[in-house]
Structure formats: structure tokens, C-alpha cells
Design a protein around this ligand. Sequence first.
Ligand code: SF4
Length: 331
Amino acid sequence: MTGAAGGGAILEVHALHVTYESAGRAVHAVQDASLSVAEGEAVGIAGESGCGKSTLARVLLGLVPAGIAHIRNGRIAIGGVDVTGFAGRDWEQVRGQPVAIVFQDPLSFLNPVMRVGDQIGEAVRRHDSAAAVPARSAELVDLVRLQRSVLRRYPHELSGGMRQRVMLAIALGCRPRLLVADEPTTALDATTEAEILALLRELRRELGMAMLLISHDLGVLRWNCDRIYIMYAGHTVESGATAEVLSRPAHPYTRGLAGAARLARLPDGHFAMIGGDVPRLERPARLCPFLSRCDAAMARCREAMPPALPAGANGHQARCWLIAPAHREAI
Ligand code: SF4
């Protein structure tokens, strides 16, 4: 389930399987997940908490705990470079340039005892000369629509939205071709969230940068991403053009997720929700991971894992036996 829309791929993930292992126990956080992002494209990953979307984002840049997180299968290529076996300082080849990342909570990632200007300067110095730092730092705060006086301030003196803009300035300091944004607006109020998302759209237009936006909020992804991947229990279960996937979801989980995201109440006064529980991830799934919660499950679902199948226009795919040709003929 890949399918970047035209252009060369800046990111390709194929059949990735990631486990966390400690004290003889394992959690299969990402299982057989595939995705791609073309140069300049905006791609979203959606799913509930614990579906593996943040692990997937972090493993791309080696930001998972060494010795605990393991890539058990699959391949990751960034800008054509196979990074699957990278360790330690290998990651310096791709971190910042061509890929940078911003996280949900900037306060946890900014150094509280360093002025903002020094932190932006550190990022600039990785790819520019020391002499270029003052001018480039000023250029970066202009780019994220902050006043230059911010360079002399400490993170605790800024609002949440300003801190997220500082994180963006640091990320952009290395001139990335792909920005990974892991729930970048979840900790912000609605007005600031809208401002940061508008800024991301403007920056992508100005810089021609691709973006991988991770969010549990389908509304955020609908308005900001060309294509979308839906993750469930570590698997990429559906993908395609965002409007197509969200208006004509083919996988029962995506239908449930879209229904739960609606603000309208059901006739009984409750909000829609997906019944049952997310499966435990101690063992790799052999069958459809949504089987235990799926109202549409049939005999075939208890026999084999569904492959990624064509589900509609523009590369729309879903991993569900409901859309298999043999099933279509039978109904
Ligand atoms: Fe439901 Fe079967 Fe489709 Fe899984 S493969 S989502 S169990 S119908």
C-alpha cells in the first residue's frame, strides 16, 4: 500500500514491522505498514491513539529507543537512501536534511535554559557557516511570522503557538525536503491550531516542501493533505486521495472512524463510536486486525490476512476482503 501521486518519492516505507521489546515481552507496534510521500506532496496518517502512527513517524528518523525498538522486517528509504539499517551517527545523513520533524509538545523539545536564537542557530550551523547564523536565524523567524525580538527570549516566555513556530523555524533551518509533523497542533487551542495549520500550508507553498502530517483529527487531515493513510493496530488499512478515502471509505474501520468524527448525535442521542476493543499487540496479526470489532466479518476473514486491494479511483486501496473481486461476484 504505497502509491505516491506522481513525482519522485522523498520517502518510501515498504512492509515495515517494528517491535518494542523489553524484559522478554514484545509489542508489535507497526506491522506490514507501507507508505510513500512524493516530493512536494502532503500526506496524512490517521488513526486512534496506539495505532502505531507516531512510532512510524519516529522510526523514520531513528528516534525510537535503541535496544528496545527493533525493525523486524521491511525497508525505509529517504531520498533514495536505504536507512533501514542505520544506527547512531548514520542518522546524521538524513536528520534535518532531507527530513525534519516537529512534535506535539514544543516545551518538551526546546531547551529551557537556552535563548530561542541560540537554539535556531544550532540548527542553522549544521548546514550553514557560523557567519551565516545571524542573518539566517532572522530569516527563519520572519518565515514563521514571529517578531525578531523572539530570538532573545527563552521558551517559557512564549505562548504555545509561538513555541510551535520556533520548533518550525528550527526544523526549517536545515532546509528539509520533507517535514514530518507529529500531532503538531494537538496541544493548542482551536484559534492557534488554525493559525499553525495555515502557516504550514503557506510554508509548503513557498518552499515546495513535502509534509507527512500525523493526526487523530480527520478534519485537520482533510483540509491539509493530498493523500491519506488510515492506520489500525499497527497496519496501514486504507489509503488514497484524502477526499476519496474520507467521502467513500472502503474499510469498515475507516467508516467507523469517519462516523465517530462527526459531531452530529445519533437518533438515540449518543455519538457514534466503534464497538469493542483494539486488539492486543503482543503477537503479530495473522488475520485482519479489525476482525474482533467488525460487523461485516465473514468466513474468509477468519482464514487469511487481506492484501491491499484496489478500492476506488486515484490509487485508493484498502485491506479488506469485502472489496476482493471474488467477494464482489458473490454478493
Ligand atoms: Fe471486516 Fe473482514 Fe474487512 Fe477485516 S477483512 S475489515 S474483518 S470485512
